[in-house]
Write a protein that binds this ligand. Sequence first.
Ligand SMILES: [Zn+2]
Ligand SMILES: [Zn+2]
Length: 316
Amino acid sequence: MESYILGTGGMMPLPNRNLTSMLLRREGELFLFDCGEATQISLRQLNLKWKKISVILISHTHADHVTGLPGMLMLNAQVERSEPLIIIGPPKVKEYVNVNMQALDMYINYPIEVREISRPSVSQEVYRSEGYAIRSFPLRHSKVCVGYSFIEEPRPGIFHPERAQELGIPRGPLWGRLQKGESIILENQRRIEPSQVMGGARSGRKVSYVTDTAWIDTMPAEVSGSDLLLCEAMFAEEHAETAREKKHLTARQAGEVAVKAGGIRRLGLFHYSPRYTNRELKILRDECRQIFPEAFLARDRMLIELPFLEEGTEQK
Ligand SMILES: [Zn+2]
Ligand SMILES: [Zn+2]
């Protein structure tokens, strides 16, 4: 699984900083989180197979999060596509999609299914498919806004062939049945349970996406245990008052979210205020690192690999 940061800008795009968007790739499936202006340019630059996007998740209908969506819908009409594109978001997402399609007389040759989250103030599962689920949870912004967590199901434990051999289980189909979680009976009538040859279940990976919110007490628990938490860090402490007024997080607060949540392996900052040049972003990083030392600045078109815990190495 990998995350591609398509845009890290809040409010307005800058040269070399597109508006907010993140793409998640898992087993060939693509999930887009928000679709700010120029999202499709980042996709092109990364040479990603954008026609495979299955679900687009919108945090809220402020322009910096949705202005890339009409172009993305049209882009999808350029290729043969029969499977539906699912768009999930808080109320007004459907209206936004429909108004654009009508006013622009969009030629759309594939099914679009917009699913509005009818009660965005409640944490809930908004999508599920084989091996994973996506949950939304409430944020606190000047407009109805939600965060998302992409959560993989736990995987079976590791099979230990040496234990199987010690128990006298012949290599072959019986090993396979134990690996599938079935108990077996040996020729000597001895019953073997999978737990005798398998390690404990291993947790799946979790990616959380949080942007455009004031502090909200319920949020850290929602993102707890994330392999990657991508969290807005719009302002430095110097502008904490502006952050509070406009209902955004400071970089320091992003660190506090991670600490309170617990179990965060990586904290990526994004949705930067245009008042900071790319060089000045280190102020945000340093303020956040005082709280959560592993924080890093997400950059446009950055690739973040998300290996299973026991595989690969940490990428800083
Ligand atoms: Zn925003
Ligand atoms: Zn906003």
